[in-house]
Ligand binder design. Sequence first.
Ligand code: HEM
Ligand SMILES: [Cu+2]
Length: 642
Amino acid sequence: MQSTATYDHDPASTQLLSRTWESPPGVLNWFTHVNHRQIGYRFVVTSLVFFALAGVLALIMRLQLISPENTLLGPDLYNQLFTMHGTTMMFFFAVPAMEGLGIYLAPLMIGTRDMSFPRLNAFGYYVYLIAGIALYTSLFLGMAPAAGWFSYVPLANIAFSEGRGMDFWTTMITFIEISALAAAVELIVTILKQRAPGMTLSRMPLFVWAILVMSFMIVFAMPTVMAGSVLLALDRAFFTQFFVAAGGGDPLLWQHLFWFFGHPEVYIIMVPALGIISSIIATFTQRPIFGYTALVLSLVATGFVSFGLWVHHMFTTGLPHLGLSFFTAASAMIAIPTGVQVFCWIASLWGARIRFATPMLFILGFFAIFVIGGLTGVMVASIPFDSQVHDSYFVVAHLHYVLIGGAVFPFFAGLYYWYPKMTGRLMSERLGRWSFALIFIGTNLTFFPMHQLGFEGMPRRVYTYLADMGWQDLNFAITLAAFVLGTGFLLTLINAVISRSRGDLAGSNPWQAETLEWATTSPPQNYNFRHLPVVSSRTPLWDQSDADRLECVAGLRADRRELLVTTLLEARAQSVLIMPNPSIWPFLLSLAVGFGFLGFMFEPWLFVVGFALSFFMIVGWLWPKKPWLDGEQSYDQSHDQC
Ligand code: HEM
Ligand SMILES: [Cu+2]
């Protein structure tokens, strides 16, 4: 195990480098930080806050359903709660959480000092934060959206959803996708152009591959939901008729636009999760993952095929049957790359000495839960079956198995696994195991009986049911189980908070992992790596000839922010990029854009004001400055060896 201390031959230049890359301390300066670690960390923490909020909403819904004809919530509030729960989980928790991990980890894993567009990165975070705060403000004002997380028209049209709720939804969804697109674009550029010398595409860690595929999927999927929600906003504000049948519009167009994004969305969440799983399995078996090439190809295949399935969400809309059957075939087909992955992981685990620490437990939990969700997925991909269970609790069960198994378990595994890198301390194993046990048992007890409720005919999105339907026993049990599940999640959140100050010190590589993020201190220094590493294999930290050091690049300046740009395939050194310093403009721009979007809901012309304000912010952002000083100590000539 090495620490950066072994590399430091020249303390003065190390200090200068540290100052160059420093994010200035102080409360006000918080808004100027652009470093990928700060921004990634904020994404992860904020997404966990939204996860907790959405979880509380879920528990309130379960309390309402605990007994027949319960009066805790009225129908209107119940509608708001499931809409907010679904919208938050999908848009404000799962996607930003995965992006956050990518933003924090990908640059470390590929051995660079920051992302390609650090200010855009910061801008994306504030956009996300503003969108989330605005959406929750609508809930606390009692005017949250209430048309479900996919906001079907005509329900979502102005004729059937009066009031501001749906306006919050359409504008904030458009708004937050700006953030997702910003993150995706810079992740793609960073991963393709800033890999450490020698890290050819075929040596890239699987997690980085997964983030790359996720980012491309975001670039292709998010614009359709943005287009859709802009059209819906126009329908509502200016009485255009895009989705109004009476005016010659097409309500099904909404469903196509939404699900062309909505199905890939599920994989946007799951693909990074697959990357997390591969990272953790390799580390906890202490051997390279089995079938690297097959895993990469199946990640890419999953990305492609997931764009060809969206109509399976529309089996009951009366589309021509021949067309539908293609989507059944495609839906079954996506099981192939997923199957390849599962078999590669099984082969990796086969005969290995597995270390059963908490991250690994969550991975094993993933296998069980996700396979059940996958099986019910193949069931609902069949049209006759889907026609029976559509809009019933069977679907609620299926979607939670897939999403909790496919995203929450791997994300929690990743949290336990990379927490020491981010904070310098390990999370408590004891609390971690308890949390895992409660979450695993709680998930099954909460969601498995919902399959049965679905068969018995209980529709989803009903705020109550009559006693003589015979659904109360299962509902009662489900509500109790949901609290077990909630307690499990709570334990991990508590664990994360207290381990921050009390956890055991982690050292740079507590799990003896093989990828570059573990080659630097925990948490990493301002500059990530004292010297940029040079890579000659897929598992650099397991293959170092000299236990203490990796080969590395020297010669970048220490007195200004410089990055090494490398070629796309072979990662040969190409040029040096000079990066911007911390700046308040991304924050100001996000305020201006946010003003435009929020203002639009109340007075459409305020959008124009927001637009004008944004213009000034962009001018400020791009204002030419002498970006660096040509000080005496320019080149980092401390030494040529590392
Ligand atoms: C803490 C555990 C969770 C519980 C107890 C829970 C419970 C619920 C409940 C009661 C509903 C409403 C069912 C209905 O009336 O139709 C629901 C809907 C939903 N949940 Fe969850 N949920 C949990 C976690 C999650 C997670 C982690 C995700 C996604 C990452 C998620 C995504 C959704 C979605 C998309 C809907 C559909 C909303 C709609 O119908 O518009 N849930 N959940
Ligand atoms: Cu789908």
